[in-house]
Design a protein around this ligand. Structure first.
Ligand code: CDP
Length: 224
């Protein structure tokens, strides 16, 4: 089956875990668009660019970059930047998390990534997660889900993800970081975080990741 399953939602809502499970259940390919924004943020920081202060310098880096997912093994695309694998530990570091929403609101960045994200269509059954997949990247996707969870549950989940939070982080500091990212993501002018009008809302507070993924997979199996 060739189809697109768009899974959007705020930071630490559990959508990555859920999207990965959905892809496994349906035999599809999981694509994490957040990793693309994180990879660009990581490169900008390595060039000494502060994305909040100097968005123009981030945009100026784009022509020298080649960013793409390659299907090294079935169902598991690997992100490459200028021919080299993007290191997961580095793009999930707290410094990248703190700067990524500033990169994500730069219009040139979004335009540049749009084509690269649409290109993944050639990979077959795609489970793509992000903030604007159902609204901007694939507005015609037959399956759209918006995954949410309460701020406290999200802060707890993020704290459990080793390496993504600063040493000594507490529920309160993580919740504040997530809230700031939500604010930036939802209020930006280009492709703000919001559910597509035809998205199914899925609150995962009381669901395990597997239960949430099963609900999505079941919807696709019955309607697909
Ligand atoms: O994993 P987490 O939920 O923390 O975030 P992510 O999915 O890795 O995305 C990191 C950041 O990239 C988000 O906070 C957004 O600022 C941006 N992003 C976006 O603007 N549009 C997307 N489709 C995906 C991510």
């Amino acid at each position: 089956m060739e189809t697109i399953i768009a899974i959007d939602g705020p930071a630490a809502s559990g959508k990555s875990t859920v999207a990965r499970l959905v892809a496994a259940k349906l035999g599809g390919t999981y694509v994490n668009t957040g990793d693309m924004y994180r990879a660009l943020t990581w490169v900008a920081l390595r060039h000494g660019v502060d994305p909040a202060a100097n968005p123009g310098a981030v945009a100026a880096l784009l022509p020298g970059l080649a960013l793409e997912f390659r299907l090294d093994a079935p169902g598991q695309p690997v992100l490459y930047l200028n021919g080299v694998t993007v290191p997961q530990a580095e793009i999930r570091a707290p410094a990248v998390a703190a700067a990524v929403s500033h990169v994500a609101k730069i219009p040139e960045v979004r335009t540049w990534l749009l084509a690269r994200q649409r290109d993944t269509r050639s990979l077959g059954l795609i489970v793509m997660e992000g903030r604007d997949i159902g609204t901007v990247i694939f507005p015609d996707a037959p399956f759209k889900f918006f995954v949410t969870a309460s701020p406290e549950v999200r802060a707890r989940r993020r704290l459990l993800q080793a390496g993504e939070t600063a040493d000594g982080a507490t529920i309160a500091t993580v919740a504040a970081e997530i809230a700031e990212r939500d604010r930036l993501d939802s209020t930006r002018a280009v492709a703000p975080l919001k559910p597509a009008p035809d998205a199914v809302l899925l609150n995962t507070d009381a669901l395990t990741a597997d239960q949430a993924a099963e609900q999505i997979a079941q919807t696709v199996r019955t309607r697909g």
